[in-house]
Design a binder for this molecule. Sequence first.
Ligand code: BGC
Length: 478
Amino acid sequence: MTVQDASTVGDLAGRIRPDFILGVAAAAFQIEGALTADGRGPSSWDAFAEKPGAIVDGHSPAVACDHYNRTDEDISLMQDLGVDSYRFSLSWPRIQPGGKGPINQQGLDFYDRLIDKLLKAGVSPMVTLFHWDTPLPLEHDGGWLNRATAERFAEYSAAAAHRFGDRVAQWVTLNEPVSVALQGYALGVHAPGRRLLFDALPAAHHQLLGHGLAVQALRAAGVAGTIGVANVHSPVSPASKRLGDGLMAKAFDLIFNRVYADPILLGRYPKPPLQVKPWFRALGKVREEDLKTIHQPLDFYGLNYYYPVKVASGRGGGGDGSAPVINPEMMAKLPFHLAAFPEYETTGFGWPVAPEHLGILLRELKDRYGDALPPLFITESGASFPEPEHTRGPVHDADRIRYLASHLGQALRATAPGGIADDVELLGYYVWTLLDNFEWAAGYSQRFGLVHVDFDTLERTPKDSYYWYQSLSKARRS
Ligand code: BGC
């Protein structure tokens, strides 16, 4: 560790409250592999990954990190890291291969063992019920475009609650419903690869309904843990003072942030500006009682933060320079584009590294939702950087250490007394992610891990950032 890294440890450790949770996060499909083991059924992602051109260089998720067969090694890595909590997702098609009907006991058993081993290692489980791997039979019936999927999701959630409800500390219903609706159903760069643009909005509504029904199912099962949801947010600003940019920025804020947070926290969809009202037509027709179901009291709100967004009116397709690129061909059909942040360095994905926007975002969430905003976890924060596929020695990922130190630092400073969001109760911070893994459409080309994984040998090598996070975990207790 460099002198500078050591000083960030000292500084951050001094500002972490004793009850603040430090964790790492992951998702089943990205790490488990073993896609046909022990009765698991196929998911929307199994099918999508087989489509030519869908995944960078045709990378296959079949093995991923082989976490399914290497859980002991991975739990040891977490134990040595000294984190309090591990956020992971249950694979719905492992637990209920058909997406409805019979439960696969072997699937439940896998997570049962995982949870017990974590508890024995002193790492508390935070469980996400849905991190994008919809059972394929449900996808064939329309997936999240079909209202019935919300009900099926609640049934599967109840099965998980009955089996694990006594031991899970926190439950997260959905991970980033916006990513599924936008990248999966609107733009077609994720499973199921639909390109419906605004006609994808029912997939948003049905996920939100699934969230509400799942919260009810967890409460009815009497789970011991607390319950929340994980939404990704990007603070949005207009590229200029021009009216057109302002309007498009407002519309993008709705599409990306508020369509998901408003109904959950306030029980209503946001009112779109008149000029873009037709885009949101599908939401105008929703049943009033659905909004009541979606608006369940939550114990916490999970915030995934990666980057801010700047929006300009006019067609532009891809991001230019330091703006995220989503699907240039589909984005070109829209009357706005994402503009660059030339002032910021970028990650391996080309995302701007903008920690101060995390503070701005926390302030914005409190201003927007007031007392309706529950205590908050940062459920994901991290970055990919170009790193070698194979390594014989240490991996010096100073850029990741800087990224994590600045983002955690920003969150702690903003929420400390006198900080810009000191009325937000911040419960903890989860690094995305423990292991380099299957980064969805980017395959293995983007490495986000604290631990390097060689995808030929599956050997795990902790990076410098792992040792940095370990020092922080230790130092805050001393
Ligand atoms: C998702 C993760 C993903 C990460 C980096 C988040 O949107 O929840 O599954 O790996 O971003 O792209």
